[in-house]
Design a protein around this ligand. Sequence first.
Ligand SMILES: Cc1cc2nc3c(=O)[nH]c(=O)nc-3n(C[C@H](O)[C@H](O)[C@H](O)COP(=O)(O)OP(=O)(O)OC[C@H]3O[C@@H](n4cnc5c(N)ncnc54)[C@H](O)[C@@H]3O)c2cc1C
Length: 466
Amino acid sequence: MNTPAPILDRLKAAVGEAGWSQDPDRLAPKLVEWRDRWTGATPLLLLPRTVEEVAAIVRLCAQSGTAIIPQGGNTGLVGGQIPRGEVLLSTEKLNRVREVAADDDVMVVEAGVTLQAAQEDAAAAGRFFPLSLAAEGTATIGGNISTNAGGTAVLRYGTMRDLVLGLEAVLPNGEIFHGLKRLRKDNTGYDLKQLLIGAEGTLGVVTAAALKLFPVLRDRAVATVALASPADAIALLHRAKAESGGAVEAFELMNALGISFAQKNLGLRPPLEGAPPWAALIEIASAEPGHAARAMERLLASALEDGLISDAAVAQNDTQAMAMWAVREGQSAAQKPEGAAWKHDISVPISQVAAFIARASAEAIKLQPGARIVAFGHVGDGNIHYDVLRPEGGTDEAHAALRDQGARTVHDIAVSLGGSISAEHGLGAMKSAEALRYKSAAEVAALRAIRQALDPQRIMNPRVLF
Ligand SMILES: Cc1cc2nc3c(=O)[nH]c(=O)nc-3n(C[C@H](O)[C@H](O)[C@H](O)COP(=O)(O)OP(=O)(O)OC[C@H]3O[C@@H](n4cnc5c(N)ncnc54)[C@H](O)[C@@H]3O)c2cc1C
């Protein structure tokens, strides 16, 4: 992909001196993804500061047929933000929180604001923005919207799709969509905002969003429990929901190997003694003082009595709660020193989680004897990060050579159980082709028609989706 120099010059002129870079050191961190699986290239990094500058860039790209990739925090796990010769538009300078409107329970933030900054500004105004994920210090609101991010609080608050009330975006022809509504009800036909959510940068550049805010729930209880199996985890999840009156904020599964890697490779203390085969981190939150702790106590007492759990550690203060969360949030990073892995982000109906893990593990071991399996994640949403690491003593190359076959096997099992091959990370460069196997011809044709109508030249993130 070779963008002619005069077009690059016009793009530079649209944003002025401070709005672009070709400095290799400035570009480098934006061209490598978090797992080091993809390294990209771009002739030009654009750093617009306003929606008008974004519109000018996209208009020029549309006029000249120049492909363009939007990038937020570059924490995406499917490679959709990494250019392969396309122009790269970073939202890092679209970084203002425009308004926190507490009376509307809404905040309006620009796309490049980090998730953590949005959470902090909401908190400063006495409100709660619930999306939460381990990369929140770097991931941006624009990236969260474009991947329809999930994270640890979906169980109670839904995914990003449920948390966006309005959007401002630049469409692939360079027109601005002024859709920053704050309405909870708006039944006026097709919903362009929902099309842009989860579009992974293929239908335009998100420049700002109106986000839903919630009351702050100060009363919290956090515990980690020891379980014999994923089936027991699901039984406990249902019991926790009932016991707390729907106040379960997070219910996260980990296996013994994943916890041991967090200890070995990140120096984190396991929350439970004796390395149980499975553990769940449970958080209950309530506005009523004492409710969360009482619900947790009842839950754990009954589960211990029935033998549903064999041990439990309850956080006695914020420091202990954070230590428990660190083990859960470190599950991905802790695998890195262990070498190559086949990584999957699947979802199945909650009732099928145990069957998925059993079947996938049997097949993975058949394909790669000695493979080490780390299964963890948002089990309350039926979302398992199912990672198959190379056998001890094996080589990265031999393991990576089986990655596609492994992915197909794991994905086939998830889909056969009524599941999805991408629960929350999106398709990106990694899974777009794979996803075609599981969608009907009718669905793919309709989706392609939408894209063709909005972006007939396919200039927006051309290698991603259908
Ligand atoms: C340690 C770790 C833990 C994670 N945990 C979770 C988790 O629990 N749940 C979860 O859902 N994800 C998780 N992720 C994945 C990642 O953080 C999310 O996908 C996040 O939403 C990406 O945001 P970003 O700003 O980094 O986007 P990027 O990586 O920059 O981009 C992701 C995609 O969105 C597009 N895009 C970015 N900004 C815009 C924009 N303004 N307009 C249009 N398109 C845009 C890009 O082109 C690309 O296709 C995790 C990642 C890491 C590294």
